[in-house]
Write a protein that binds this ligand. Sequence first.
Ligand code: PAF
Length: 300
Amino acid sequence: MPAKTYDTIAGLRGALYARRAAGAGLSVGFVPTMGALHEGHVSLVRRAVSENDITVVSIFLNPLQFDESADLDSYPKTLDADVRLCGEAGADLIFCPSVREVYPDGASTRVEMDGPTDVLCGKSRPRHFSGVLTVVSKLFHIVEPDAAYFGEKDAQQLAVIRKLVRDLNMPVTIVGCPTVREADGLAMSSRNTHLNADERKAATCLFRALAAAREKLGDAAARSGAPRGEGEWASLAAKVADAARAVLDAEPLARTEYVELLDAETLAPLNDSSKAALCAIAVQIGQTRLIDNMRFSLDG
Ligand code: PAF
């Protein structure tokens, strides 16, 4: 059956109700997107299709999560191609509502979170995560999925959504899916289409910087074993971030916004109970802001 598209909440809910009624216990997988789909999104849809009876994809460019209107205006819009890709990947239902449908006049409730929303991207984009949490909460209420699929490329987004679901007891399993990369390591992103040829070459510095971080962490662990206490963890985090920063600094077209090594679950500074570290990077290349990350297990 080809994917059906709905632009109203009532239409999507009606279709989901009918599909769920067709069989007891049918599971619903959900992939929220903002469109401009690429192989990374397709991998999320395929995973949802393989693990659920019904797969819903939303395509909604959420104005609430853009701190700057220029960023929203320049976001690529490719709805027809997106719908085709979702159908080819096996999605059953596609939800592509208008801004008015999601935020009718008078909608002023916002979901806010303290802690992991204030670090990394949250420092330069103070309203971004509240916008993400608000729309994701609304979409979860509309779709009522059993599982929702998010890319690990947006590691901070994934961490705050996991916390949202825990903090508000939402009955949905959050599934993180591996970053899909180009052959030269560049993480797939809807924003990559903004890069010109020189910028595209320069953009490989993010993956190279993460590889340098991985090497530095490995060397440090081999030389002095596991750090103990706040001071040793902070010194390790600084050394690893410096190794990554050196690679970014050597790229003339790149302007580094941040490079940090944090606890992968809490996004707090590393400490004796951290199980994994996240090296996260944000870089401006020309007019395009790119992010990437790598996760390192600290077990053993
Ligand atoms: O990752 C995205 O594309 C968006 O932040 C999301 C989760 C669809 C919310 O608008």
